[in-house]
Design a binder for this molecule. Structure first.
Ligand code: ZN
Length: 580
């Protein structure tokens, strides 16, 4: 009996070992070399040819005219997202090379895909209930723009791509404004695959410490309460503990260079312009890794690989809960009556975490200039308990309407709604509708453009109920649909990355009609004669305000600005809101 057991065990080991195939890919990150664009695509093509259960797809274009690829790994040759979802599988999307000089994820994903498909140490098990989809290179134009002089703070790999894409856009600010062809293709992929979990891989020069990899977690504040709890209590702790079991530990992304992390580390919520924040708009658990550039490229790739492995393992083990919390989160969002548009860090709430840093050296001598500089003393590593702030207060709310009415002239917005399969209908006839309209009272904009726009900040508004003329063909968008968070973030002018903030509605910000100091007089006089109450107010102001009394134009302006003469459309945000 004992002998039989040994024979059985022996054959089990043989079967297990034979199920592990040799690696197909030869990566050179150990020699500080990251793959070129062509090498990356050739390698994924090789995996596609070799394995039935993997495929490399072309999914739309990018700004440089080359297709955006999507590599799909399943346990069987089924690559239709709808069927995959029907089978109850969980979908994990990994995006790489959005900043092309930050290529760890490109190399790590290649090795990871190779290892999963060849079943290294039983890794094929990850695909039993999960489908892993990978964008090999997102910023193709940036990766093709390869040089040793692209990353001034980075010594390895020797050559990398460039941060901007072919259109010189920072693609990780482009997800809501969606200027690039890359972001359009991404929107379609996101809508088609609806990933449950999303990871975007990056590299940072923002800090110096003992960790090869740092983590920007899904921002709890950006999710409905149920998902917020799941992030805080399950997902994030699992990432830290999972990494701790391997060679590379994880630390939250450390924000300020030269600022001593001993004073505390704050998590900053990545808004929807960033990939992970954009994923959050669709109730997908969106996160980023940031490898630390001062570490050897080998450790950066390996730690990124380890993170992907931990995340894929967590997704595989908790698929059902992940999908359930998402579904509940969507329901929770669809029932909202108030929606938070602004956040502030809560400095009263923190937890202590272990941090392995280097002492800050205030007066190091620069080897370049011979002058004192701020830096870190690498001969003085320390381990300390530091405060970690990751609780955000919701500081301003808007009421959630039932419908938005969008005039049909906003074709660029309609195109974006269509890319994301947003549901809407169109008015069948010209109609005067009773709606709530927001007026933009104030905002600031930069003097120079930022990513191709004059982004508006510090937006203040007031609302008025009005009867407004809309026309046949204008859009009626029901807000309480699955993509409600996207709609609120994009259509509420105060929300951080709304269409208004990114200049899609600048056409309403200046006046079309005005008055001439000479030409307006006949109408002004007629108005005063026909409106004795208003005339009394105007006379009162002339009596009490001596400057006003002496100023001809100011007196006409008072009449113009405070009567029906003032155009209603000036600074009126043109999207009508209908409340229940
Ligand atoms: Zn980056």
């Amino acid at each position: 009996m004992k002998y039989l057991l040994i024979v059985v065990l022996f054959f089990c080991v043989i079967i297990k070992l034979s199920a592990q195939k040799p690696a197909l890919l030869k990566l050179k990150y150990e020699q500080n070399y990251t793959v070129t664009y062509n090498e990356a695509i050739e390698m994924f093509s090789l995996l596609d040819e070799h394995y039935d259960n993997a495929v490399l797809l072309e999914k739309g274009l990018t700004d440089c005219g080359k297709p955006l690829h999507l590599f799909v790994m399943n346990s069987e040759p089924e690559f239709n997202p709808e069927k995959i979802r029907q089978q109850g599988k969980t979908i994990l999307l990994i995006n790489n090379g959005i900043h092309a000089g930050e290529p760890e994820g490109i190399d790590a994903s290649l090795e990871f895909a190779d290892d999963v498909l060849r079943n290294k140490e039983g890794m094929a098990k990850l695909l039993e209930k999960t489908v892993i989809i990978i964008i090999p290179v997102y910023n193709i134009g940036g990766v093709l723009n390869r040089s040793a002089y692209n990353r001034s703070g980075q010594t390895t790999p020797y050559e990398t791509g460039f941060r901007g894409n072919y259109a010189n856009l920072d693609l990780n600010r482009d997800f809501t404004k969606c200027d690039s062809e890359n972001a359009r293709s991404f929107s379609r992929i996101f809508s088609e695959w609806n990933p449950d979990v999303f990871l975007d891989t990056h590299t940072t020069n923002g800090s110096e410490h003992q960790y090869s990899i740092t983590y920007i977690q899904p921002s709890p504040a950006l999710y409905p309460e149920g998902m917020e709890k799941y992030i805080r209590n399950e997902l994030v702790p699992a990432m830290y503990s999972g990494m701790k079991k391997g060679k590379y530990e994880l630390i939250p992304y450390v924000d300020y260079f030269y600022d001593d992390p001993k004073n505390g580390i704050a998590s900053s919520p990545a808004g929807p312009r960033y990939s992970s924040g954009f994923a959050g708009l669709f109730h997908s658990y969106g996160m980023m890794t940031e490898n630390q550039i001062y570490h050897h490229y080998y450790d950066r790739v390996k730690s990124c690989y380890q993170f992907i492995h931990v995340l894929a393992g967590f997704t595989a083990e908790n698929g059902e809960t992940i999908r359930k919390t998402r579904q509940d989160g969507i329901k929770e969002s669809m029932a909202m009556t108030k929606y938070p548009v602004t956040f502030e860090i809560d400095t009263t709430q923190f937890r202590m975490i272990e941090f392995k840093g280097y002492e800050v050296a205030k007066e190091q001598i620069s080897p370049v200039t011979g002058l004192p500089r701020l830096g870190y003393d690498l001969s003085k590593p320390y381990t300390a308990q530091v405060k970690y702030f990751d609780v955000y207060k919701k500081t301003e709310f808007v009421d959630v309407p039932e419908f938005y009415i969008l005039p049909q002239n906003y074709r660029e917005i309609i195109e974006r709604l269509d890319m994301l399969n947003i549901r809407y209908s169109r008015l069948k006839s010209d109609s005067v509708i009773s709606v709530t309209m927001d007026y933009i009272d104030d905002f600031t904009s930069p003097a120079k453009p930022y990513n191709g726009h004059f982004y508006h900040d510090k937006v203040t508004t007031h609302s008025e109920n009005q009867q407004v003329q809309f026309y046949a063909g204008d859009l009626v968008i029901p807000v309480r649909q699955e993509k409600i968070k996207y709609l609120l973030e994009m259509f509420e002018p105060k929300a951080t990355d709304s269409f208004f903030r990114w200049n899609f509605f600048d056409n309403v910000l200046d006046q079309r009609e005005y008055f001439s100091s000479y030409g307006f007089e006949a109408n002004a006089l007629k108005y005063l004669n026909e409106h004795p109450e208003f005339r009394a107010k105007w006379e009162e102001k002339r009596k009490t305000d001596p400057e006003f009394a002496k100023n001809h134009r100011a007196q006409l302006a008072y009449i113009y600005n405070n009567t029906e003469w003032l155009e209603k459309t000036w600074k009126r945000y043109p999207v009508g809101k209908i409340f229940r």
